[in-house]
Design a protein around this ligand. Sequence first.
Ligand code: ARG
Length: 483
Amino acid sequence: MSKNQLDTKAQAWSALFSEPMSELVKRYTASVFFDQRLWQADITGSLAHAEMLHAQGILNAADHDAIRQGMAQIWTEIEGGNFEWKLDLEDVHLNIEARLTQLVGDAGKRLHTGRSRNDQVATDVRLWLRGEMDLIIDLLVDLQKSLVAVAEHNVDVILPGFTHLQVAQPVSFAHHLLAYVEMFARDVERMVDVRRRTNRLPLGSAALAGTTYPLDRERVAKTLGMVDDHGQPQVCQNSLDGVSDRDFAIEFTAAASLCMVHISRLSEELILWMSQNFGFIRIADRFTTGSSIMPQKKNPDVPELARGKTGRVVGHLMGLITLMKGQPLAYNKDNQEDKEPLFDTVDTLKDTLRIFSEMVGGQTNPATGHKEGGITVNPQAMEAAAKKGYATATDLADYLVKKGLPFRDAHEVVAHAVKTAQAAGKDLSELPLATLQQFNSAIEQDVFECLSLIGSLNARNTLGGTAPVQVRAQIARHLARLA
Ligand code: ARG
């Protein structure tokens, strides 16, 4: 094989092999058609490596300059869609390196000094995922803002709270929405935490054992922003571990799965609430579709799909965790299979968060800075549902306890009262005082205060409770936190 052929093939192992790969094996082993999305991370990592090689006297200034210029051109080519990705060159790393060598000659071949694709790919995935996590954190903040914006307008709107999907006690609709804000706030915490462990540098681990060149790994870490809160470089401290573990990707997918599970629970509620039987809310038509046969239908396709896509993300978590199981140290080609599930998890989560922010809270009006056009709430339907389910029965029991009855006895008294009200087709608050007094003589006129929905809410005035004063305090806390 001539020197030129070697250049274009750029496969360092070619000389050893007596037969070419079949087309099927090439396709089977190649990753370039999906890992090309790592190109920015790959170039950024290579530039940081080259800069360090030069600083350490391993690469001369002319070669370093040539690499920088070549990479700048490649960046422009890829960005402009003018880069020819070749299956023969297997993956994003070999494609970029071969093009660099084509552009700048021997300097391109010197770039790979002191590194391997094993530490290169581990670095690329970490850099790429770090950037995606930052976007996801922003999207999670925006979704929380959407929920808080709707909550602000609905503190005094009362809906039945459910346990076992049976009407339990009345709650403020804002309180219900703020429960999701708490979930998404924890999702942010998880992302921030995973980001810390992702933001560590494998480069310099080389193939598995470290390298014979005097690399300055901490310098590369600093260049790439892989530093802790105090600006200290974060470097993988064991080369075997650095090239082989993908626990950060698994942790991320676990955090993404939990986030999707939260979205899925919200989806289920939106679907129920907009059904004819509930009629609590409407979502904008652009998030629904019609039926090809039933003209009256508006189907909640978006929340249904989000619920469905949750299964897919949880599936990716199972895929990644199983991928790791049974791999001996250090790098194995199995790890190439980390990318598609990871990419799809990121894409699915980002799209879902974006669409939910708008569906729930609407779009930000640039003139006012407020969100407009989110879900439409039907307070009458919510209130009627709360009344129909005897949501204030616990309040009557608490009332009797405060009059001196043991709670178990009060519970029994109220059960009789509810039975009577059901037979009469009325809410407890609609029974005459005389009727209520038949169940217990301690009941007086002031009972109606506690049987009202708003009375029930106001009574739950403890931290984390649904009393409107508590809910308003929570909204203020979230607004300050999210500002
Ligand atoms: N495309 C490979 C991957 O994604 C890059 C590392 C290849 N290393 C190797 N020794 N074959 O994992």
